[in-house]
Design a protein around this ligand. Structure first.
Ligand code: SP5
Ligand code: ZN
Length: 355
């Protein structure tokens, strides 16, 4: 498979995230991606490529999933943060006030200009540090996702967008969960725009892919499926429940399979079979897999108990679906094992696709 690598990813290196009233070291680190590259050097799966995507093309693709106001906000955010106080250059931007618009009191559309407020309008947690290099890194990651989509449109069987920062929590105009631009949604939309009539997204990250679900919730042309820790106890808490089946034209085109914290590979595999049964009836022409490896037993922030070899089996099973498949790199915070786990899944896919 072709692998698109974001060589600018390290420009995004969050220092700290808010956790239970204190600042703790960020889990979403540049070395995560370096471990995947190191394992790919040991077990090559295909060509490692820089995406060849010009700025205007990328911007047009981004505007298919994110609002122009949000993209402008992200582009200028670091400068506005430092303009608040020159000392801010020493620390990353995190929101500390939110409009809570669903309670119909605070105005979501308030014409507020203070940057602290604008951060709160465009973020849903205080665990996603926005840094000097976030825009650069996130855009370069999105370019990988777009290049991977083009690879499938050109007839490729599989492509891997080695994106960092991750993307599946990012919505139309907000960031959170370490995510800024929704790489998987961008890829799915690019596949649609390139002529695939129906695209399926199967999210295997430990955390519910709230951004992707929301982006396609009212559409019948993109089926979103997600296996994840039950939001009753797991992040992102406010979305990802089993009764969310889509709305309007998208009614029936979203399926959540929440599993209790502590679930192992057997329960996970049963849920996967349920997702695949749904997928079979849909008639997808391409599959996007937001690939999180934080289901691993050793993950420091997650609660499933999958083992390294389980990722090989998952990859094999995904290959047997038989669709052109695009992987984006999402979560996974057991850094030392992350490369092995990611390459296991992809190698399993290659083995399953070849047999
Ligand atoms: C892409 C992805 O996997 N995003 C996950 C975001 C999870 N954010 C909440 C993490 C809270 C855990 N912090 C634990 C710190 C104490 N060691
Ligand atoms: Zn995750």
């Amino acid at each position: 498979m072709k692998i698109f690598h974001n060589s600018l990813h390290a420009a995004h290196a969050g220092r700290q995230e808010m956790f239970r009233g204190r600042m703790v070291p960020s889990h979403e680190l540049p070395e995560r991606l370096e471990h995947v590259l190191a394992e790919l050097a040991r077990r090559p799966l295909g060509e490692l490529l820089e995406p060849a995507v010009d700025d205007a093309t990328l911007q047009a693709a981004l505007l298919r999933v994110h609002s122009g106001a949000y993209l402008e906000f992200l582009q200028g955010a670091w400068q506005a943060w430092v303009a608040l106080d020159p000392d801010n250059a020493q620390r990353d931007a995190l929101p500390s006030v939110w409009p809570l618009g669903h309670r119909h009191a605070f105005r979501m559309d308030a014409p507020t200009r203070h940057f602290a407020a604008r951060l709160g309008q465009h973020a849903f947690d205080a665990g996603t540090p926005l840094t000097a290099g976030t825009w650069t890194a996130a855009r370069a990651g999105a370019a990988c996702a777009l290049a991977a989509a083009r690879e499938l449109l050109a007839g490729g069987r599989a492509a891997f967008a080695l994106t960092r920062p991750p993307g599946h929590h990012a919505g139309p105009d907000y960031f959170g969960g370490y995510c800024f631009l929704n790489n998987a949604a961008l890829a799915a939309q690019a596949l649609r725009d390139g002529g695939c009539e129906r695209v399926a997204v199967l999210d295997v990250d430990y955390h519910h892919g709230n951004g992707t679900q929301t982006l396609f919730y009212e559409r019948a042309d993109v089926l979103t499926l997600s296996l994840h820790g039950d939001p009753a106890t797991e992040y992102p808490y406010f979305l990802g429940f089993a009764d969310e089946r889509g709305a309007g034209a998208g009614q029936g085109f979203n399926l959540n399979l929440p599993l209790p914290r502590g679930s192992g590979f057997e329960a996970w595999s049963e849920a996967l079979e349920r997702a695949l049964a749904e997928l079979r009836g849909f008639g997808a022409q391409a599959l996007v897999v937001p690939m999180g490896l934080d289901t691993f037993v050793g993950d420091p922030i997650s609660g499933f108990t999958l083992r390294g070899e389980d990722f090989l089996r998952i990859g094999e099973r995904l290959a047997r679906i038989g669709l052109p498949t695009l992987f984006t790199f999402e979560g996974g915070y057991a850094v030392a094992e992350l490369g092995v786990n990611a390459v296991n899944l992809l190698q399993g896919f290659e083995a399953g696709a070849g047999s």
